[in-house]
Design a binder for this molecule. Structure first.
Ligand SMILES: C[S@@+](CC[C@H](N)C(=O)[O-])C[C@H]1O[C@@H](n2cnc3c(N)ncnc32)[C@H](O)[C@@H]1O
Length: 301
């Protein structure tokens, strides 16, 4: 990974079988920092199985409707970005959390395979997806998951940031071989504007820049068809970062987090969309964390 900063902080139906070609070996990648996967697993193993948990939006006093809002707005974007995927398409959702996306895809497409590593979140995914006979939920690590079919759409919603670069490359090369002609990989990843940032505490993650991801995708022989800032994410992240500042400035006993969280959320909703334009108009790099959708296809070469 180029220039990384380290900061300390806290079966029901199977898709039609179609032989998947073998994955080529991954070239050596400089290992500047390593994510501790045991810590990632521990974190997600204890995550709250709610709409806010997998969205990293609990702990800020937000109402559950904040998670619903973000999901609803994001699903409009995802719907637009995947409008060319045919209705009888097969979908692979990796790192599916509590399964809100798997459920969304199951309503739109014919077959969804959803892979989730955390047992707690997987159980929630299983019960959410139980009414859908076109979802195949799998409990397991995406790195050891072996696709046994080809897919029209592979969705990675906030997964790559929990993988070391070498594993991101290995995973994408594996996926590249199981996309149908004309199919796509859709990633949604948290991003930073400058150098990549790794959190090395109990919550382990790497926030890469858009150009880091573009470089990695190209290295995997994937063409980047479209990059789009995830505006509903950015709106909610502005609220989160403001509340973080509040928590740093105000003693715990005066924080009234639930009230402040609710007020911040409703303030953000009322101020949307112009409030998102303020940082840019004032040339302020806020919020620190952004999020982007990347639409990837196979290289023509
Ligand atoms: C930020 S959450 C996103 C969940 C879901 N995609 C969504 O958008 O709501 C990341 C998810 O990836 C899962 N995850 C992280 N690393 C994984 C791995 N190596 N194998 C399987 N799941 C993994 C976590 O357990 C967690 O559910």
């Amino acid at each position: 990974m180029t220039g990384i900063e380290v900061s300390l902080s806290t079966p029901r139906q199977s898709p039609a079988r179609d032989p998947v070609p073998p994955v080529p070996p991954v070239p050596p990648v400089p290992r500047i920092t390593d994510i501790d996967y045991a810590k990632v697993n521990r974190y997600w193993g204890k995550a709250t199985p709610s709409i806010l948990g997998p969205y990293m939006m609990d702990d800020f006093g937000f109402p559950a409707s904040a998670g619903d809002f973000r999901f609803r707005e994001e699903s409009r974007i995802v719907q637009r970005l995947t409008r060319d995927v045919k209705r009888d398409g097969t979908i692979l959702d990796l790192g599916s959390g509590i399964g809100v996306w798997a459920e969304n895809f199951a309503r739109r497409f014919s077959l969804v395979t959803a892979v989730e590593g955390s047992r707690t979140l997987f159980q929630s995914l299983q019960s959410r997806c139980a009414p859908y006979h076109n979802i195949r939920p799998i409990h397991g690590d995406v790195m050891t998951f072996e696709p046994d079919a080809r897919y029209d759409l592979v969705f990675l919603g906030g997964l790559l940031m929990y993988l070391n670069e070498r594993d991101v490359i290995a995973l994408l090369r594996k996926l590249d071989r199981c996309i149908k002609p004309g199919g796509m990989i859709l990633c949604r990843e948290s991003t930073v504007r400058g150098k990549a940032v790794a959190l090395t505490g109990d919550y382990q993650v790497v926030y890469r820049s858009v150009s880091d991801y573009e470089r990695i995708f190209e290295q995997c022989g994937l063409s980047v068809r479209h990059v789009e800032r995830n505006e509903p994410y950015v709106l909610m992240e502005m609220g989160i970062e403001l509340i973080e500042k509040w928590r740093q400035a105000v003693p715990v006993r005066f924080q009234a987090l639930r009230t402040v969280g609710h007020l911040t959320y409703f303030g953000m909703r009322l101020g949307n969309p112009w409030i998102r334009r303020v940082p840019k108009a004032m040339s302020i790099a806020f919020p620190m964390l952004e999020n982007h959708f990347f639409v990837l296809g196979k290289d023509a070469s």
